[in-house]
Write a protein that binds this ligand. Structure first.
Ligand SMILES: NC(=O)c1ccc[n+]([C@@H]2O[C@H](COP(=O)([O-])OP(=O)(O)OC[C@H]3O[C@@H](n4cnc5c(N)ncnc54)[C@H](O)[C@@H]3O)[C@@H](O)[C@H]2O)c1
Ligand SMILES: [Zn+2]
Length: 388
């Protein structure tokens, strides 16, 4: 390789609303003794990337996307002691220092040491710190001994392991946030990658019935294939359908949609619609888990209040029913080791959500199609250094 080839690499860079471009950027280097450089074998596109892609955030042009990353350790800082060159690793989307109070308590999504003025850091994400994303050929991993999870060598289960960076733990977390116990009934709103992983987690954890609400046929079919009951909200009110099929209210509800939720019978956004559905559909003393994203400001919001992050809720009903509610980003590190071992032992196979595998040059088209949720685009994996 010539020196120019080694000093630059390809990366998927945001250009402005509805536009990403594969550009040549400087290859990352070790900046701190605790860093490693990983050669990316797989990076996934996430529903969360679409909030930026659609121009719904303050993301600046030039940011490299990609917070779901795995690959091979290529270069080590002098302070790294657990990882070795050649290790296959997957990184939580959270960047965490492993030493602040929140990290000490396992709340790595709220690390106070990696992103000044903000609790939480991530790769390739607006407001989440200066960490370049992994939809690129290489990525720098800070606090690498803490942030990289070792995987078995080789290429086996790559499609499952990449999901440990975010959506499998996030789905699992959503179910945990709801207060779920085995034997209970669960409703999951949204059958995107996060919703499908929440539904799959509820199935693995022994739910007596799992209802999955969406309107995209392929996504509802995927939910049915893992043993869930599909609820198509374009065909009528989701709550009415659930109450009828379940013969009453649910024990737990999970919001895997977030603030870009749309109403029945159209494309009009109503940011509180899923939360309102969940309050209605859940039994007194049940619980709501909300991994779906809500933002403090939204330039594309349908009304002034929600543009300021003010989401109105039937709080009186929530109080009357004594519902518990929990939300926030997923502390991936709380779960990823255990979910990895479920994959290794063959007890979990989350890769059923993966719909497309592409080279980095096809990322521009993939973003467009995934954003429109057409042609079955559910979970896209990019192999930036070529097929495995
Ligand atoms: N908490 C975390 O750590 C975390 C991590 C990853 C993603 N997220 C968030 O989770 C959410 C889901 O992510 P995703 O990648 O699956 O997104 P996605 O956009 O692919 O899926 C959302 C799904 O919700 C459906 N939907 C829209 N309105 C609905 C309604 N009223 N009722 C039911 N379904 C409806 C859409 O048809 C779509 O299939 C996003 O808000 C994302 O930002 C949170
Ligand atoms: Zn993600």
């Amino acid at each position: 390789m010539s020196s120019t080839e080694t000093s630059t690499m390809k990366a998927v860079n945001y250009q402005g609303a509805f536009k990403v471009k594969v550009e040549d950027v400087p290859k990352p280097s070790i900046e701190h003794p605790d860093d490693v450089i990983v050669k990316v074998t797989t990076a996934a596109i996430c529903g969360s990337d679409l909030h930026m892609y659609e121009g719904r955030t303050g993301a600046q042009a030039g940011i490299t996307f990609g917070h779901e990353n795995m690959g091979i350790v290529e270069e080590l800082g002098s302070g790294v002691s657990l990882l070795k060159k050649g290790d296959r690793v997957v990184m939580p989307f959270n960047v965490a220092d492993g030493r602040c109070r929140n990290c000490e308590e396992g709340k790595t999504a709220f690390c106070t040491g990696v992103n000044p003025g903000f609790a939480g850091g991530a790769y390739g994400y607006v407001a989440m710190g200066p960490y370049r994303g992994g939809q690129a050929q290489y990525i720098r991993i800070p606090f690498a001994d803490f942030n990289a999870l070792k995987l078995p060598p080789g290429t086996e289960n790559e499609k499952d392991f990449i999901l440990l960076a975010d959506i499998f733990p996030t789905g699992w977390h959503g179910v945990s946030l709801s207060g779920f116990k085995p034997g209970e009934t669960v409703g999951v709103w949204g059958a995107g990658p996060v919703g499908l992983m929440a539904a799959y987690s509820a199935v693995l954890r022994g739910a007596s019935a799992v209802y999955v609400v969406d309107r995209v046929p392929e996504r509802l079919q995927a939910a049915e294939k893992i043993g869930c009951i599909a609820i198509d909200f374009s065909k009528g009110d989701a709550v009415d359908q659930i109450l009828e099929k379940n013969g009453g209210m649910l024990d737990r509800a999970v919001d895997a949609v977030g603030y870009q939720a749309v109403v029945t019978g159209g494309d009009k956004e109503q940011p509180n619609i899923v939360l309102e559905n969940m309050i209605k559909a859940t039994r007194p003393c049940g619980g709501l888990g909300i991994p779906g994203l809500y933002v403090p400001t939204d330039p594309g919001a349908p009304d002034e209040a929600s543009g300021k992050g003010l989401i109105s809720l039937s709080f009186g009903k929530l109080f009357e029913k004594g519902l518990s509610l929990a939300t926030g980003q997923c502390n991936v590190k709380q779960y990823n080791r255990y979910l990895r071992d479920l994959i290794i032992s063959g007890k979990a196979k989350p890769s059923f959500v993966v719909s497309h595998e592409i080279g980095i040059d096809d990322a521009e088209v993939a973003y467009e199609k995934f954003d429109k949720r057409i042609e079955g685009y559910t979970k896209v994996l990019i192999h930036p250094n070529g097929p495995l």
